[in-house]
Design a protein around this ligand. Structure first.
Ligand SMILES: NC(=O)c1ccc[n+]([C@@H]2O[C@H](COP(=O)([O-])OP(=O)(O)OC[C@H]3O[C@@H](n4cnc5c(N)ncnc54)[C@H](O)[C@@H]3O)[C@@H](O)[C@H]2O)c1
Length: 466
């Protein structure tokens, strides 16, 4: 539906979001859902994406998202490709475009690629005819708001802009719950009269449903840096427990026991201490590498090395997983049929960006294994990720059919579905000796072993019949 058909309706505020991705779509759907008094329009340069947001086949999978979008769409939530018009009409503009790792030139492989973000800033500058609050929703290097301000004020038409930082902390897979009940909402602003006024306006939007004590404010730079630091700390916990999982495998200790004992210390806490095949997703590696690049550019090499090691351990963990498969399966995978249970980077999403499954699949293909990939939501993305190298890959949604005739299963994504399968039936359908490599430690390893499987968890002694 065209949002501009609704001009006869009076809304308290016109909110625009530029970028209809994993962040822009769900966050704006939540604002529209909670604030009927605002008109929320989401625009994107990608017409296909906008068409999907306007259809029953949303471009992303998130539990609960379809219901929220359906209820608000056409009422006070609109999707459009008319970016310029959207900019003209809005008083408040969220910028939620992608900021991937640069793949070329200076900082390639480390720095954030700010081209999409800068294009947006220039477009806002060109089209705006009235004062606006511009909100950085994308994750950006600290002090990017300054560059945004400089671009915006380069305009001769003297339109006033306030730039705020409002990083998004949602996690894919739980985005709707995270948006509805956030641990905190962070808003950074200039501490000028105008900056504080703009900040208060954004606080009022969130206060429609978020308790005031969870809406925290700071200066702009602290807000920008908090997002990078938060992702670095989260990823660091995963790399910390994964590094210990390697030692557990050498010493017959169990990572679950160690994690439990460590996590019961209230100073450490028990969340986010599950050993696994490694973290993925579009953010953790990208944001840490961005942090590392920033530290190096300020000459803080020791700090950069410290955070870079978090990414290095993650790469090591993925390599180790494939190497363990090779060693266990008699040092050759040639012609062996291996089933990957899961391709998404985590459960409850179809997103495969930076998924460990991509690395694992590529390595197994290099070793000339035959792959069968199963996933309830990510098979379309898996096909795209392996495009050109998948002549020996099949994609099968039913995990029973996928595993039949395989030598091994590797559990790569922690979908609940894989906890409750009839593994007796699966075992009977597989080639013997049958192997299971549990990259998420979600299966009942003892039970699988008793059925006849050779079981290789992460960070625990293997259970084999040899
Ligand atoms: N995905 C997450 O879980 C998550 C969580 C928190 C923060 N973030 C951050 O949010 C930002 C967006 O992430 P995402 O996952 O939503 O990315 P995404 O790639 O899913 O979506 C970005 C969208 O922006 C659009 N776009 C790019 N340039 C544009 C332009 N000039 N005009 C209009 N649209 C444009 C793209 O077409 C795309 O649809 C990134 O900075 C990311 O780091 C992501």
């Amino acid at each position: 539906m065209n949002p501009y058909d609704k001009t006869e309706m009076k809304f308290e505020k016109n909110i625009l979001c530029i970028g209809a991705g994993y962040v822009g779509g769900p966050t704006m759907a939540m604002i529209a859902h909670k604030c009927l008094q605002y008109k929320v329009t989401v625009v994107d340069i990608d017409p296909e994406r906008i068409a999907q947001w306007d259809s029953d086949g949303l471009p992303i999978y998130e539990p609960g998202l379809a219901e929220v979008v359906k209820a608000a769409r056409g009422r006070n939530l609109f999707f459009s490709t008319e970016i310029e018009r959207g900019i003209k009409e809005a008083e408040i503009i969220f910028v939620s475009v992608n900021t991937p790792t640069k793949t070329f030139g200076a900082g390639a492989g480390m720095a954030a690629d700010l081209q999409y973000w800068e294009k947006t800033a220039r477009q806002i500058c060109q089209c705006a005819e009235s004062p606006k609050i511009i909100i950085e929703k994308s994750t950006l290097p600290v002090r990017t708001a300054l560059a945004m301000e400089r671009i915006l004020t380069s305009n001769d038409n003297a339109v006033h802009f306030d730039v705020l930082s409002n990083p998004e902390f949602l996690a894919e897979g739980t985005a709707i719950n995270d948006l509805e009940n956030p641990d905190r909402v962070l808003i950074g602003s200039r501490l000028t009269e105008s900056g504080l006024k703009a900040r208060d306006e954004l606080v009022e939007i969130y206060a429609n449903w978020v308790p005031r004590d969870r809406i925290i404010t700071s200066d702009t730079w602290s807000s920008e840096l908090s997002k990078l630091a938060a992702n670095a700390f989260l990823a660091q916990r995963i790399s910390s427990i994964n590094s210990i999982s390697a030692l557990c495998e050498k010493t017959d200790a169990s990572i679950s026991e160690v994690a439990k004992a460590v996590g019961m210390d209230s100073r450490v806490g028990s969340e986010f201490l599950n050993a696994s095949v490694g973290f993925g997703g579009s953010c953790f590696s990208k944001d840490i590498l961005n942090l590392v690049y920033l530290c190096r550019s300020y000459g803080l090499n020791e700090v950069a090395d410290y955070w870079e090691s978090v990414v290095q351990i993650n790469e090591y963990q993925k390599r180790r997983f494939v190497l363990n498969m090779m060693t266990a399966m008699f040092n050759t995978l040639v012609g062996k049929r291996i089933c990957l249970f899961g391709f998404a980077f985590k459960a409850n999403t179809g997103d495969t960006r930076e998924s460990p499954a991509i690395f694992i699949a590529r390595r197994l293909i290099e070793e000339k294994a035959e792959l069968v990939i199963t996933d309830p939501k990510a098979l379309d993305n898996a096909r795209i990720d392996l495009n050109g190298i998948d002549s020996n890959v099949s994609y099968i949604e039913d995990p029973y059919k996928a595993a039949a005739g395989c030598h091994a299963i590797a559990i790569v994504t922690e979908w609940d579905l894989y906890r409750d399968l009839d593994f007796e039936k699966i075992y009977r359908s597989m080639i013997k000796p049958a192997f299971i490599f549990d990259g998420r430690n979600i299966a009942d390893h003892k039970k699988l072993f008793e059925m006849g499987f050779n079981v290789f968890p992460i960070g625990k002694p293997a259970l084999t019949h040899f």
